[in-house]
Design a protein around this ligand. Structure first.
Ligand SMILES: Nc1ncnc2c1ncn2[C@@H]1O[C@H](COP(=O)(O)OP(=O)(O)OP(=O)(O)O)[C@@H](O)[C@H]1O
Length: 775
């Protein structure tokens, strides 16, 4: 196919005309269409091709340049994945006259079109778009026709004009759509005048892109908007590391470092003054020498207030101690065990507290205690614990919940009672946030939240807001595990504050059944892990190997497991990082080829960096509460349908998440990844029959006590560590010194010791909205 001299582009393109639209999603502006190929600089000889991407409705009477990459569909062959596009505007005089007098532009005939081109030249379209007043120079062109021409040009070209402009900065069509939705035809002009406001208003628009655009447009490096966006960006970045706030000096230091360039003399005072202005207009909150983004400031305040509210109530049914002890004794008989001292104390305390915490490592009896509490509470209040004994309109008095789907499922399995995710409990509606709150609180008598260490301050605030005064609450978690992925360290702060009753279970019961895994976990917990703790046992082995040997070792372990009749799906490899020769990506590629190799009978869906095959084990990377699947859930690719094979006319990947089948369209493939090996962070809240854990010096930066502890406590039956013993032993001694900046402890102590502080900034309803309200 011939190339087109007029494009003068270094990028691959296909110039084409619409033949027909195969699929269109108006809301997302996503289209799949067949086009006639008019010219291309790609190595492509056919007369037509299917293209897909995010674009406005393509017009029949126009030609377009589509920029992108080829993608091979297993069934339908080559397709063009469009990353940017623009309408073909002829740059010859006659071509442009034909274009302007075409059906696209109502009321412009050949004569007027000729006058426009003769007056404004072959760059007429961009001149008009840049400054519509140039049309005043056209003799005889009435204002209404000029307005109509500008409007049509903008409608046809507004988005693509913006999209092409944004593509120069590596901004894809999806983010461009988001920006265009908000700023419409102003997108490019606002971007040129003040790109920094996109950092504040458009999620995913980075500070460095704004900086690049600003500098190309000659904006001052010391402009107030640049400093303001730098402050917000620094705070946003620190949230990724779990911080709730930054001390003002630290924030200023990071902002100065971010903004300083050879030509930009930035002083501490300039940043300090800008922060104070941002504080005045509530873009940030400054309080007691710290600076917060509003959603976090109000989330911490709200949570502390609700803890205070719950603790200030007294339990309605204050059972005399003797009676309580007898009831717990009855439960022991019923459960055929005798509670240890700490376990007994935990049950007793939980029955008589409004809010209480039980912590403990693996096998210390947390689940046993939960069951004991439920049974004893039911006995005292004369309630049935059997959900089936409640009619549909009667509220079941016990609420069991956990932050992830897998953790909720485990809670159901271990207690035999219904448990749901916190998102489901609070009625996530996918659009406007949570249904349940202080106006429409939860109904029930006793709430148990498992795996509470995984709950961040936003979710904790949303949950506690919805707890009514008369509901008792038990938080269960393991304080030695990694803190939440999101900001805060709510469980650790509640414990450190000393304001909330808690029992820490220390005695290990599963160890009595001879588990080396549990022994190792507790040795790590007590900083007593040595070479002896790594000796081989029935459920544990350490295979010493070098990083380059990892793939061979993994292959041997999987082969042997298969030969022994073990389902390889029960083996979960956990690793700390994605990149490197021993990283998650490499291990996944290798295991996919080993366990689920390509075959002509197996369908595949390819993306730029992954191949998904029917039968692949995959990991969900984001919360998708509307479908009941969550970050960390593991599923299996059940089917792959081509666009022609389903009513929605789009390629679909169907993933079976433990019996729940969810369809993913191509644009959502970024939300899943292969799961033969997953990150230790993503494994939080899950358990696996067999865990394989590579540990090498190359991971050093990541190897810390809480990370390794979390990894090994994921294994239920068997644990295989492979790699470097010394790297492991050094890692378990390394405390995570990256303390998160949170002020929950002070806020709890202020409220609970001194009563409510009256010096705090006014509550601001808008700012109190958490990101969960938009997720
Ligand atoms: N007081 C006890 N007497 C005898 N066995 C006990 C006692 N407490 C717990 N166990 C047993 O110890 C094992 C671990 O208990 P449980 O599952 O409650 O602990 P856990 O803290 O929830 O563990 P994990 O966090 O690893 O799931 C179970 O088999 C349980 O029956």
């Amino acid at each position: 196919m011939a190339t087109d001299q007029q494009t003068q582009t270094a990028y691959g393109y296909i110039k084409g005309e619409l033949l027909h639209t195969i699929f269109r999603n108006e809301q997302e502006n996503f289209s799949i269409a067949k086009i006639k190929v008019l010219a291309t600089n790609e190595d492509y000889q056919e007369k037509d091709i299917v293209i897909k991407g995010y674009f406005s409705d393509l017009q029949d009477s126009a030609a377009y340049y589509f920029y992108g990459d080829f993608e091979r569909h297993p069934k339908f062959g080559l397709q063009y994945n469009v990353t940017s596009y623009k309408t073909f505007i002829p740059d010859t005089k006659d071509g442009l006259i034909d274009y302007l007098s075409s059906d696209l532009f109502y009321g412009i005939g050949q004569k007027t079109a000729r006058k426009i081109v003769e007056t404004l030249g072959t760059n007429a379209v961009s001149s008009i778009l840049n400054d519509p007043s140039v049309l005043r120079q056209i003799p005889g062109l009435k204002q209404d026709k000029a307005d109509q021409l500008v409007k049509t040009l903008k409608e046809n070209q507004g988005f693509e004009y913006a999209a092409v402009y944004l593509a120069k900065y590596g901004i894809g069509l999806k983010l461009a759509q988001k920006m265009y939705k908000e700023y419409q035809d102003e997108t490019v002009s606002v971007l040129q005048e003040d790109p920094y406001q996109f950092v504040l208003n458009i999620e995913g628009f980075g500070f460095h892109t704004a900086d690049q655009i600003a500098q190309e447009n000659g904006l001052s490096l010391t402009h107030a908007n640049r400093i303001g966006a730098g402050c917000v960006y620094v705070l946003q970045q620190n949230i990724q590391d779990g911080h709730v706030y930054l001390p003002v000096e630290e924030c200023i230091h990071q902002v100065v470092t971010l903004l300083t360039q050879p030509d930009a003399e930035l002083t501490i005072d300039m940043v300090q003054n800008r922060l104070e202005e941002l504080n005045r207009d509530k873009t940030v909150i400054m309080y007691e020498g710290n600076v917060y983004l509003p959603s976090l400031y109000y989330a911490e305040n709200g949570f502390a207030g609700n803890v205070d509210r719950l603790l200030s109530k007294s339990v309605e049914h204050d059972t005399p101690l003797a009676e309580l002890m007898k009831i717990i004794g009855d439960v022991e008989e019923q459960e055929v065990l005798s509670y240890g001292k700490e376990q007994f104390e935990a049950i007793q305390e939980a029955i008589s507290s409004e809010l209480m915490i039980v912590t403990g490592g693996p096998g210390t009896g947390k689940t046993t205690v939960i069951k004991g509490i439920l049974n004893a509470f039911a006995e005292i209040h004369n309630l049935s614990i059997d959900p089936d004994s409640y009619s549909d309109d009667a509220d079941y008095p016990f609420i069991l919940t956990a932050p992830t789907g897998r953790a909720a499922k485990r809670l159901t399995e271990s207690t035999g009672l219904p448990a749901v995710t916190i998102h489901k409990l609070l009625g996530w509606d996918g659009q406007n946030g949570f249904e349940k709150d202080d106006y429409d609180p939860l109904k029930g008598r006793y709430l148990i939240v498992d795996e509470f260490s995984m709950v961040d301050i936003w979710l904790a605030n949303s949950l506690f807001k919805a707890i009514p005064d008369d509901m008792q609450v038990l938080l269960v978690g393991d304080e030695d595990q990694l803190p939440s992925v999101g900001p805060g360290q709510v469980l650790a702060d509640l414990l450190t504050s000393g304001q909330i009753p808690y029992v820490s279970l220390q005695d290990v019961y599963r160890q009595k059944e001879g588990s080396k895994i549990i022994e190792l976990a507790h040795a790590i917990k007590q900083d007593a892990c040595d070479h002896h703790a790594l000796e081989k046992a029935q459920d544990f082995s350490f295979i010493s190997c070098h990083e380059q040997q990892l793939i061979d070792v993994v292959t041997t372990v999987f082969d042997r497991a298969q030969k022994k009749g073990i389902d390889v799906k029960d083996i979960q490899v956990l690793a700390p990082m994605y990149r490197s020769q021993a990283g998650i990506t490499m291990i996944n590629q290798h295991l996919q080829a080993l366990i689920n190799p390509a075959s002509p009978q197996k369908r595949e869906a390819r993306t730029q960096d992954a191949v998904f095959r029917v039968g692949d084990k995959v990991l969900q990377l984001v919360n998708q509460p509307e479908d009941g699947i969550y970050n960390g859930d593991i599923g299996e690719v059940a089917a792959i349908f081509s666009a022609n094979e389903n009513v929605d006319h789009v390629e679909q990947l169907v993933i079976d998440f433990e019996g729940k089948e969810i369809s993913f369209e191509r644009k959502d493939y970024i939300n899943i990844t292969l799961a033969y090996c997953i990150s230790i962070h993503k494994s939080q809240g899950s358990e696996f029959p067999i865990v394989m854990l590579p540990v090498f010096p190359v991971y050093r930066r990541m190897l810390k006590k809480n990370l390794l502890y979390t990894a090994i406590t994921r294994s239920k039956q068997s644990l295989v560590i492979c790699g470097d013993k010394q790297a492991f032993l050094d890692g378990v001694k390394r405390q995570d010194t990256n303390q998160r900046y949170t002020s929950l402890i002070e806020k709890l102590q202020e409220r609970l010791v001194d009563g409510s502080s009256d010096e705090q900034p006014e509550e601001n309803d808008e700012a109190a909205i958490s990101p969960y309200d938009f997720m």
